[in-house]
Design a protein around this ligand. Sequence first.
Ligand SMILES: [Zn+2]
Length: 87
Amino acid sequence: MKTSLLTEKLIGKYNLCSLFGHRFVVTKKVNDHFSEYECPVCKQQATNDPIGKKIMLTSELKDINETLFYLRLKKEFLNHFYFSKKE
Ligand SMILES: [Zn+2]
């Protein structure tokens, strides 16, 4: 009895993810190599490392991604406004 109650309590959305793995969807494309993901089931956030393996998104990694993201925006901005004027 005690065990089945405990099992019922544990089979929630979090347990589904630990059994079947997270269903990550891309929430932000940082650049060509990095993206941020979120599992719609348990809201776990993740990003990927340089070899494409998914890792949990920590605040430190989030800062790095943010920086990469803005560097990319800056690069696109420069490309758009400076290099397109060349003609
Ligand atoms: Zn999940």
